[in-house]
Design a protein. Structure first.
Length: 207
């Protein structure tokens, strides 16, 4: 029953949401609104579950002195301080919570995006090596598109911005649409497998 009941809930609710999407009747719309209200009521428990899971995972690393366990200590201290600051002083401007957000969270986010930029540059360097015909076409198209986004391209030739716009609007857009269609078909296939009970990995291991 540990697996049958969750499976029944997923199949029944999933089927009802499918009906709501394709048959927007007042009954299904009212049920959807009612379910959304319940999601808002249940979401705090999901946050609590996430906090407990984070504490257990990092606590285990600290207890076992796993590699880089010091970062787990910093994580738990940050979690405790943020929670206490939010509950005691609130989240208004000028509170310790907002100071932590502006001086710790935002700089860390900016750092992650900066590292992502270097990663993209490294990946582009590897991809743009003209080792084959396809790589050569990719390199030429990338150079044209990059020149078309700055004034230097128009100074070199008036055809560079025009060609850049054509590359973005025709072959690039066609590839993006093909990818989105593939993603949509994959989501549909996975959803059908879950609704029909074929895909059960979300139930966890065991029988």
């Amino acid at each position: 029953m540990k697996r049958q009941i969750p499976l029944m809930i997923v199949v029944i609710l999933g089927s009802m949401f499918v009906v709501h999407t394709f048959v927007p009747h007042k009954i299904s719309a009212d049920f959807f609104d009612w379910f959304q209200d319940w999601i808002k009521a249940i979401s705090p428990f999901a946050i609590l579950l996430g906090v407990i899971s984070l504490s257990m995972v990092n606590g285990t690393k600290i207890k076992r002195k796993a590699p880089n366990w010091q970062y787990s200590v910093v994580t738990l201290i940050g979690l405790a301080f943020t929670a206490i600051a939010g509950f005691v002083w609130g989240t208004q401007t000028g509170t310790p919570y907002m100071w932590l957000f502006k001086n710790v969270q935002m700089p860390m986010g900016a750092t992650m995006f900066s590292l992502l930029a270097f990663y993209i540059a490294s990946a582009a360097y590897k991809a743009f090596r003209a080792r084959s015909t396809e790589a050569t076409v990719l390199l030429i198209a990338a150079v044209i598109v990059m020149l078309g986004q700055v004034s230097l391209g128009a100074m070199i030739s008036k055809w560079i911005p025009i060609t850049s716009k054509w590359i973005l609007n025709v072959p690039n857009l066609a590839a993006k649409r093909a990818i989105m269609i593939g993603v949509g078909l994959g989501m549909t296939a996975t959803s059908l497998k879950i609704l029909l009970g074929i895909e059960r990995t979300y139930l966890g291991g065991g029988k």
